[in-house]
Design a protein around this ligand. Sequence first.
Ligand code: SF4
Length: 434
Amino acid sequence: MSTPQLVGYDGQPRLIGAWLATNRTAMLAEHAAINGPLPLGAVSRLMDMVVAAGLRGRGGAWFPTGRKLGTVARNGQTAGGCHVVVNGAESEPAAGKDKLLLRAAPHLVLDGAELAALAIGAKRVTVCVHRGTGLAQHVAGALAERAAAGWGGKAVGLTVEVMEPPRWYVSSESTALANFVGGGEGKPRDVSAYREGVGGKPTLVSNTETLAHLGLIARHGPDWFRMAGTAEAPGTALFTVSGAVRARGVYEFPVGVTGNEIIRAAGGPTEPLQALLLGGYGGAWVPPGVLATPFTPEALRPHGASPGAGVVVALPLGACGLVETVRVAAWLASQNARQCGPCFNGLPAIADDLARLTWRRDRVALDRLRFRMRMVDKRGACGHPDGVVKLADSALRVFGACVDKHLSGQGCPGLYRPPMLPVPAPPSRSEGWK
Ligand code: SF4
């Protein structure tokens, strides 16, 4: 079986094309027919290939994947071993792309994870998936299929397993996942997983989508990968589009697509838009004018935003951006891991100030909120408080006129509209952090 030759970017989805055509999981035989065999011959060159491809992590940070691989490989040599964790835990409530990808093309993700493990010298791969979604059984089924066919896994000296971390928002953070996989709680730590991850060993924690791209780069090479996307952010990316659009869902586009093209693909807006939430709940609100901007980290940075985890939520004119932000900020505050004072004490206080200025015309709360945001930003062991500050800060900027309206007691029709952004029920106390 040879790898199908792809000669150029045809504008078609690379990761979810088969799913869109069939609306079902690509079983191993179909995956092999579409993508060719597991390219073990590429393992020795894989790190260089990923660097040349310019692949950047699709979990939110857009960090260069090749650099991550090199760091863990070097640290692993010194530490006498390393580990790979596939981050499919996707705790962003408005995101669904990693869950979809694991359902649609589990073998592409697993190929990428196993090839990355072989390239950096890891012997064990742990796939972490969102608890309570049935994904663990789905991935376990894919692993059984591979074992039966002698495709990767034990046949290439790897142990691959699936785990379900707790559903807390911060439990999908890389150090929290490494801690959980190593037998601890799913809480962030203040030491990088690249240095000290699972069982104290250097650990590559990489997003599901990132590893799927890696599985394709190993087959088709860096030049092919760069045929889509921009020079700084090559390839395609998955976006979860929701809110006031006609066809909510997960879409795959070359990186650098404009927001207008994304919204158009999602059927267009159902109402005139007031703002968009980009990246995720730790992302930023932007005005609709930003839709003309290419969605790359570099192009969105001047707008205080990033593609992040590919979340795009369209907020209609009739909704209240402040009310939406208050709900999300309160939920994010409830998700902190109770380890760092500025986060544990500061996030509920920030959510409370936002609620007071939104619902109670409390002008003092606005000044206090700005002060508290400065006090909390970059003061946690992980980036959770920074994300809340970013969200709140962008809300004050983008909904500035709305803030004035609320404080002066002018009517806001959006106050009585049902909330739009999903806020999941928190994990039960008995579920804890394990
Ligand atoms: S900053 Fe917050 S979420 Fe992060 S480790 Fe500290 S308490 Fe936990």
